[in-house]
Design a protein around this ligand. Sequence first.
Ligand code: TPP
Length: 247
Amino acid sequence: MTKSNSSETSQTSQATATPPRLLDGIRSPADIKTLREQDLPQLAQEVRDELIKVLSQTGGHLGPNLGVVELTIALHRVFDTPRDRFVMDVSHQGYVHKIFTGRLDRFHTMRQFGGLNGFLLRTESEHDCYGAGHAGTALSAGLGMAVGRDLRGGDENIVVVAGDAAFTCGISYEALNNVKAHTKRFIVVLNDNEWSIAKNVGAIASYLNSIVDQSRLLLTCTKRRAISCRRLPENRWRTSRIKSRRA
Ligand SMILES: Cc1ncc(C[n+]2csc(CCOP(=O)(O)OP(=O)(O)O)c2C)c(N)n1
């Protein structure tokens, strides 16, 4: 090969070389915090690509994890596991959390013999504070952790992530009913993607849809000040209550 040929080849290979992934630089949640905000969409896309690439080989909970990519990035930017605790309902949506907590290099072993577990698992990582598998347990488990923290005088955050189907489980209501009486610091993220194993049905699902739709409308109203928020039935009700209290 002549000198000019070899330099052409190296230029071509430089042009076609894949740029390094941001994802490969994420060894722990601390690395997510160092990224610039404008790089986060790229990170999210790389995570989605990784999920699709691996899960198309191993099987696993693809949809629930594709649905929490941005949410998991946000949680790890704001909170500090393992000090703070993420309690994910069912925990089938914990794959992105696994990827961000030092398990990317083993991600291809997901649900294989001797490989990563398809759910969060306390023996797998210090970042997994609770392993589930059953739906509906996260709020109760998280509340127990919050009460324990308060008794100990701790200040870590307990963050429960529960789907809209998890919210239809009886023990979720038992926990919600007890939160106010037992702790003042309890963070619950309702991940309402309108899906359970199939499309979610029932009164709770319709109610959640209606409050999400209302808050979207309210946001639109707030943005476009020209539209009067008083058009919202809920708001009209509130306004009339306020008026009657003032009268
Ligand atoms: C007690 C119990 N019943 C049923 C299941 C099967 N199951 C696994 S995931 C899931 C739906 C979870 O939906 P949702 O809470 O909305 O979370 P998403 O998958 O949408 O993130 C169900 C019913 C289970 N794990 N545990």
